[in-house]
Design a protein around this ligand. Structure first.
Ligand SMILES: [Zn+2]
Length: 247
């Protein structure tokens, strides 16, 4: 666990090397897109909405396919939005539903596995965590070898954290608007060794978020972090302080 001494941080990037599951499998997804307008073939990695069950989505989302033509991607995206509304950002590569691979071992009380934050039942039921109003998806993980089952809760985190426009502009030679067809938007990578600050207004009222356009980066509030560390998380889980700025 690393933390700057003396300075109270409001937000932390969480990182872990824990490989609880053998794969990132979920039951359904919107595939990547191969866009005829901007020429990019792309999709995001690590964006999941586990509280949206696959049964509530079109059956075709369970099909594994390569990149979709823009028109087909937009049709599927519209069908998803029709069912779940517009509040969750949807990108090519977004996945839904619970983790479906077998667990390799007994889950720790808290771990981050393939971009998903997982809590054991006693952690999810902790009043300090319940008070944060998180979206939690309950599922049962079976271990491959022993066949033993564990109740786990996956924390749903939305990719709404943004970096200040001035920071992005300073790091890009030319800022281009997003592709009008597929939404592709080239943004500078998030460098974990020289991390960009997060924009305070994008974190308002939240306790767990992902970075927009790089949803593999997950951040938690100080309140959530304080509650998690009391439950002895996986020893490889770290909380790295991040700067939060007003503009
Ligand atoms: Zn495009």
């Amino acid at each position: 666990m690393s933390e700057a001494s003396g300075v109270q941080s409001e937000w932390f990037r969480i990182d872990d090397l824990f490989d609880l599951f053998a794969s990132t499998d979920r039951q359904c997804r919107i595939c990547g897109v191969s866009c005829e307008v901007c020429g990019n073939t792309w999709g995001v990695a690590g964006l999941a909405y586990p509280t949206i069950t696959c049964a509530s989505l079109p059956a075709e989302l369970a099909e594994v396919q390569g990149p979709l033509p823009t028109r087909e991607y937009l049709r599927r995206k519209a069908a998803v939005i029709e069912r779940i509304g517009t509040s969750r950002p949807i990108f090519p590569g977004t996945t839904f539903g619970e983790r479906s691979a077998p667990a390799r071992r007994e889950p720790p009380r808290v771990c981050l596995d393939f971009n998903s934050l997982l809590l054991r039942e006693e952690v999810a039921q902790d009043p300090a965590i319940r008070a944060l109003g998180l979206r939690l998806a309950r599922f049962v993980a079976k271990t491959a070898r022993s066949g033993k089952s564990y109740v786990l809760y996956e924390v749903e985190a939305w990719p709404v954290a943004t970096r200040p426009p001035r920071v992005l502009a300073a790091r890009m030679r030319r800022v281009k608007p997003p592709c009008p067809a597929c939404g592709f938007h080239r943004t500078p990578p998030y460098d974990i060794d020289r991390p960009d600050p997060l924009l305070r207004s994008s974190l308002d009222g939240l306790h767990v978020v992902r970075l927009d356009h790089a949803p593999g980066m997950m951040f938690v509030s100080a309140a959530f972090r304080d509650a998690l560390v009391r439950h002895r998380p996986s020893r490889t889980l770290s909380f790295v302080p991040v700067k939060v700025v007003d503009a």
